[in-house]
Design a protein around this ligand. Structure first.
Ligand code: GRG
Length: 309
């Protein structure tokens, strides 16, 4: 496998004997079905509609797929990890809904559609996010048949750290506080490791926990996750400059307009891409001892740097 693919097509084809394109499309289909089935008869109907609007709006579904792949690498079955995979997408979706609010990034477009608050109003958007976040914990604690309770407890612990001040919320606060300031590379890395990296990391760690991973594998997956998490955000920064809103499904060029500190601003486009490639190589190296069984995670790492949206 090459160190980093240069296009989505090459990432989809590059692993000998492993049809990554089919793997991605089958996994996505399973995740979509599970997401569709995940929201029960929430009342009132308006809340259910707002939750479904964002949860089922598409998206790459990278987080749940990472979770399922890590569970299988650890020796578990993908279906055991599906409720947690859904929970991770719920947390991700709630963070997008809240991130788009006027008090945060103030955005009108997400996943190619008007943002949640543009359709349902700010109050319902906040509450739909809250309901998705709490439903995520319900999925793990109450809707994960066949998984030993001690593993589920560990998953709940990991998710609570990642969603709160030590993860997403902390990263978002430092991001907001950094607006309009010159931010150094260390602070930028802190923001990205918390805002974006923490949840991506939780995807592989919780999947591995459900699959019964040993300490060596969990430690290796933490290195892998740090690498892909940072690389993912660097590519996000690059795409904000190089891709269109139509392709991204969200407003392109926002970082430039807001004069936000990004990797391309600090390092330039070429150096940023090189850094993302290096991080993905380090991530893949960490899984070397598991190389054959880790093929999906290795291919997903390449997909992260080759993606165009
Ligand atoms: C979790 C309680 C709680 C609060 C959240 C708003 C907030 C606090 C944090 C912001 C987190 C955020 C929006 C980070 C950006 C992550 C990112 C790069 C999202 C884009 O992910 P993709 O490209 O999107 O995977 P799709 O649409 O494909 O799923």
């Amino acid at each position: 496998m090459t160190a980093a693919a240069s296009s989505p097509e090459s990432a989809l084809k590059q692993t000998d004997g492993f049809d990554f394109k089919a793997y991605l499309s089958q996994s996505k289909q399973l995740v979509e079905q599970a997401l569709d089935a995940s929201l029960g008869p929430e009342r009132p109907e308006s809340l259910r509609e707002a939750m479904r609007y964002s949860l089922l709006a598409g998206g790459k579904r990278l987080r749940p797929i990472l979770c399922l792949a890590a569970c299988q690498l650890a020796g578990g079955e993908a279906k055991q990890a599906m409720p947690t995979a859904v929970a991770l997408e719920m947390i991700h979706t709630m963070s997008l809904i809240h991130d788009d609010l006027p008090a945060m990034d103030d955005d009108d477009l997400r996943r190619g559609r008007p943002t949640n608050h543009k359709v349902y109003g700010e109050a319902v958007a906040i509450l739909a996010g809250d309901a998705l976040l709490t439903r995520a914990f319900e999925m793990v604690a109450l809707r994960s048949p066949g998984v030993p309770p001690e593993r589920l407890l560990k998953v709940v612990g990991e998710l609570s750290l990642v969603a709160g001040a030590p993860g997403l919320v902390g990263g978002q606060v430092v991001d907001l506080e950094s607006e309009g300031k010159d931010v150094d590379l260390e602070t930028l890395e802190y923001i990205h490791l918390h805002k974006t990296g923490a949840l991506l990391s939780a995807c592989v760690i919780t999947g591995a926990m459900i699959g019964g991973a040993n300490d060596d594998l969990v430690a290796a997956l933490r290195v892998y996750a740090r690498g892909i998490g940072l690389a993912f955000q660097i590519i996000d920064d690059i795409l904000d400059i190089t891709a269109s809103s139509e392709v991204l499904g969200k407003t392109a060029g926002k970082d430039l307009v807001a004069d936000k500190t990004t990797y391309p601003k600090l390092l330039g486009l070429e150096e940023s891409r090189k850094r993302a490639d290096d991080l993905v190589r380090e991530a893949k190296d960490a899984l070397e001892p598991w190389s054959m069984k880790a093929t999906p995670l290795l291919a997903l790492a390449d997909f992260i740097t080759s993606r165009d949206r």
